[in-house]
Design a protein around this ligand. Structure first.
Ligand SMILES: [Zn+2]
Length: 334
């Protein structure tokens, strides 16, 4: 919100986990603009249906609940709202005509990952006429290298870091540090027992190994004892970008994150179904999907490594020897 009020900043890109009140935050920024620094504005959703629901269920109630905004609000127009002469257009990414309309001071682009190709670039041009325009992009991630990810990486890439309550080491908040026990109590007979497993979940400090417990108080510590750190200090000062994962909002139990992860692993291993892992990576970890990282069922990549081996032949630099089998879904080849 501070960045939003700063005319030295043109682009704010937020690519992060779902359900972490990001759209609400941006709506508050929109209220601030209407009340404190009016100028032509536009809110863009991915689809027409989304726009209709969003305007009715979220945007209109937010505007009418904010007194300084509500008193300026005129009758709804065909293309959005009117605040004492300040047009607030609403549009969806599929509508070329609306995206190419008037010059804009304030631009809000929501759920950018679902825009048709080329549409983000099209609407971003609408802010050229204003030296002090702001372009606010928010989305859960899609795929590595798509328009949203490219915009995030062009910014200064701020990631949430927090201080260990034990050793005070400032560290990146990452899923890889979430640990749980695998033993006969938590996984009897090879099947997870989530109630037993939940009690062993902890966040392991990357400095001293201290385990932070999965309680509301401990999760709040991570929220209140940290800051965003830029991992791309070479970015232009006019472009800030933020990311965080579902470990940050204190209302998300880590247990639910671990359960989702183990379920997604199971679907991938047992059914070669990649979809739950895609949802976990993009919506919970808040990271763009990289096919190469997760697609263990990609036959071609395994077949590329096929060769003739003598089981007992020594391998130079051998660390571990294992056998992989590829089962073809169709046809007779195995
Ligand atoms: Zn520590």
């Amino acid at each position: 919100m501070e960045d939003f009020a700063n005319n030295a900043i043109r682009d704010i890109t937020v690519q992060c986990a779902a359900q972490s009140s990001k759209t609400q935050t941006v709506m508050c920024c929109a209220c601030w603009a209407i009340s404190e620094d009016p100028g032509p504005a536009m809110w863009v959703t991915a689809t027409k249906d989304e726009l209709k629901d969003f305007v009715r269920d979220r945007l209109t109630p937010t505007f009418t609940a904010c007194r300084p905004v509500q008193v300026r609000m005129g009758d709804p127009t065909l293309t959005g709202f009117d605040f004492d002469g300040m047009p607030f257009y609403t549009a969806w990414a599929g509508s070329k005509a609306r995206l190419q309309s008037k010059p804009l001071r304030w631009l809000f682009c929501d759920e950018v990952r679902n825009y048709p190709p080329g549409r983000l670039e099209m609407v971003l041009k609408r802010t050229r006429a204003f030296w002090n325009s702001r372009r606010f992009l928010i989305s859960t991630p899609g795929r590595r290298g798509d328009a949203m990810d490219t915009a995030f990486r062009a910014g200064d890439q701020r990631h949430w870091h927090f201080e260990c309550p034990q050793c005070r080491h400032l560290q990146l908040l990452r899923f890889e540090q979430l640990k749980w026990d695998t033993n006969e109590t938590t996984k009897p007979g090879g099947k997870w027992r989530f109630d037993a497993l939940a009690g062993t979940i902890r966040y392991e400090c990357s400095g001293c190994g201290f385990g932070i417990k999965d309680t509301p108080v401990d999760r709040r510590w991570i929220e209140t004892h940290g800051k965003f750190v830029s991992l791309n200090p070479n970015a232009p000062r006019s472009h800030v970008s933020y990311t965080w994962n579902a470990l940050l909002p204190h209302w998300v139990e880590w247990r639910s994150i671990v359960e989702e992860f183990l379920g997604a692993m199971n679907s991938m291993r047992m059914d070669a179904d990649i979809e739950p892992m895609f949802t976990f990576v993009t919506e919970t970890l808040g990271e763009p999907w990289e096919t190469e990282r997760w697609d263990v069922a990609n036959d071609d990549r395994i077949l590329e490594r096929r060769g003739d081996y003598d089981f007992n032949a020594p391998w130079p630099l051998e660390e571990i020897r294992f056998l992989a089998a590829v089962r073809k879904a169709k046809g007779g080849e195995h």
